[in-house]
Design a protein. Structure first.
Length: 264
């Protein structure tokens, strides 16, 4: 049985890790742990999560009433409490702004490609919860629908949120989420974000089922030909529409013909 003080020490330790990892800037981010059915420990607002001490943490109930602590609780408490309410099995929630994941959230790109076995088995797909003003009901409602079938979400134009069966679990999911976003970004620069095939993804999902990991996984690329076609398509063609290409060809042809006419 973990004591309340041990939970507080855990929160401070994970706070230091998210700060040292560069997952948050200044006083950003917030963490929470469920310590009983209707009691939670949450981080304070206006404090760097890398330098918290146990007495700064607050004990709150499921309605957000402060039961213990003299600091002001995180302004995102409502979002944390909603996740717990939605799924009683969830024991901890992590919210941070890791750079690569946040860039995907800003670009409106969910992490739903089967690019690595780990992201299929362990992380699953990470959808985008529609933008809501931080600390309001909007953001909680946007997250709500994803809690049951996912292990985390990207918060549109904001950051990322993960939940798990312990604080360490939720933190590792966040590390995995940021790592997946980073690798995905690097592969995209090489025009090589090739996905695993559906057959290979099915093999991974059977491993995932055996391991007892729930949640939606990416579906993978449809066929091997599809993968190769994607690999061989030049980047410029992928980023331009057929209409754009027609216009460019027309303009270049016109310029060449004009240049030839001048020579003649
Ligand atoms: Zn935030």
């Amino acid at each position: 049985m973990i004591t309340e003080n041990e939970y507080k020490t855990q929160i401070c330790a994970i706070g230091k890790r998210i700060y040292d990892k560069g997952f948050v800037a200044a006083n950003d981010g917030n963490l929470s742990i469920r310590i009983s059915e209707n009691e939670f420990l949450v981080t304070p607002t206006g404090v760097s999560k890398g330098f918290m001490t146990p007495e700064m943490l607050l004990k709150v109930d499921g309605q957000g009433n402060v039961l213990e602590g003299s600091w002001k609780p995180t302004s995102e408490m409502r979002m944390h409490l909603l996740v717990y309410k939605e799924e009683p099995e969830i024991q901890a929630v992590v919210h941070v702004h890791p750079p690569y994941a946040t860039a995907f959230a800003i670009a409106g790109l969910p992490l739903n490609q089967a690019i690595m076995p780990e992201s299929v088995v362990y992380l699953g797909t990470i959808p985008i919860a529609e933008y809501g003003t931080p600390s309001t009901k909007e953001i909680s409602a946007a997250v709500q629908k994803y809690v049951q079938n996912h292990q985390g979400v990207l918060l549109e134009n904001h950051g990322a949120l993960t939940w798990g069966n312990s604080l360490e679990h939720a933190y590792y999911l966040m590390e995995s989420l940021e790592f997946t976003a980073k690798i995905n970004w690097i592969a995209k620069q090489m025009n090589g974000d090739r996905e695993l095939s559906q057959t290979k993804v099915e093999e991974l999902i059977s491993i995932k089922t055996k391991l007892g990991i729930n949640g939606v996984s990416p579906i993978g690329a449809e066929t091997m030909e599809g993968i190769m076609a994607k690999k061989l398509t030049p980047a410029i063609e992928r980023s331009l529409s057929a209409k754009d290409i027609d216009l460019i060809v027309e303009k270049v042809t016109k310029n060449i013909l004009e240049a030839l006419n001048k020579k003649i």
